[in-house]
Write a protein that binds this ligand. Sequence first.
Ligand code: AHG
Ligand code: MN
Ligand code: MN
Length: 335
Amino acid sequence: MPENHVVTISRFLIEQERKIAETTTGTFTSLLSNIALAAKVISYQVNRAGLAEILGETEQENFHGERIQKLDLFADDVMQKALDHTGLITCMASEENEFFLPVPENFPSGDYVVIYDPLDGSSNIDVNVSIGTIFSIHSKISDSDRGELKDCLQAGKHQVAAGYVLYGSSTMLVYTTGAGVHGFTLDPSIGEFVLSHKNMRFPDPSRRVYSINEAHYPGWETGQQLLVDYLKNEGDFSSRYIGSLVADFHRTLLQGGIFMYPAGQGAPEGKLRLLYECAPIAMLAEQAGGRASTGARDVLEIIPHSLHQRIPLYVGNREFVDLAEDFLAEEDSAT
Ligand code: AHG
Ligand code: MN
Ligand code: MN
């Protein structure tokens, strides 16, 4: 087949179907195709947000106490409507809904559980900086055909698939089903996500970039302060911080380095949520040859106790995440 042939997500999954059990039935291919459809709809609105009266905040706060952006709600609604009728899922959960969402009674039920952050990096919407959508896919473990909370509270290592959409200079969908990480770029001329980054791997850290919100330095544990002092003075690193997890992770995956969101920043356990931010990012990182840790243990090993549980996150090249753990452990043992 000539190398310049167009490989869409569906085609790539069918070509992969023969390799991985998960996609043999075709239902997974259909699930990912529906997520890709949602991504196209959200991308269209994101790219015309300034024109579509969809910028800015609603009057509402979510139960995290955060002001809800109009685009957050729009994206959440698009994801639900893209999946709820398909007969592929038993339930969903999202950042914008306090409780998990059983598949509606009037729709058929399926075996998958989709947990997602409909719009990641909301604070960047109104300043036209890259934002994203993050999704995590599990197989149900309950007997209920409308889902139970335990279907959502599974450790990240049991994820069937994970991925994100990045609404940036182009719209990309990056996912893994446990057989490597693959990136697709939306070609607006044909309205399809086309394979553009096959088998994405953290590069050998040529460009050593650390990414953290340094405004919180005074509130960090000593080990965290010593780590960033080292990266600044000894580590020959550059610093980049966008403030959208998806964009900061995507750059780290392409260029190498480490992204950090430590404990004590925003909340005692940090700001990022395990189920729909850290666990999917961790699966992608491990599949791309890197690591994701809380600073003390692998993110994928954590058994969640609640839907919106927060954890600290250190993700990137294996050697840099290991280094972060060493600095944090040293300080722990010294206190
Ligand atoms: P969300 O918009 O889904 O709430 O996520 C925002 C998160 C994440 O995208 C980013 O890494 C982090 O917030 C940035 O937090 P700070 O503004 O505290 O740096
Ligand atoms: Mn987020
Ligand atoms: Mn969000």
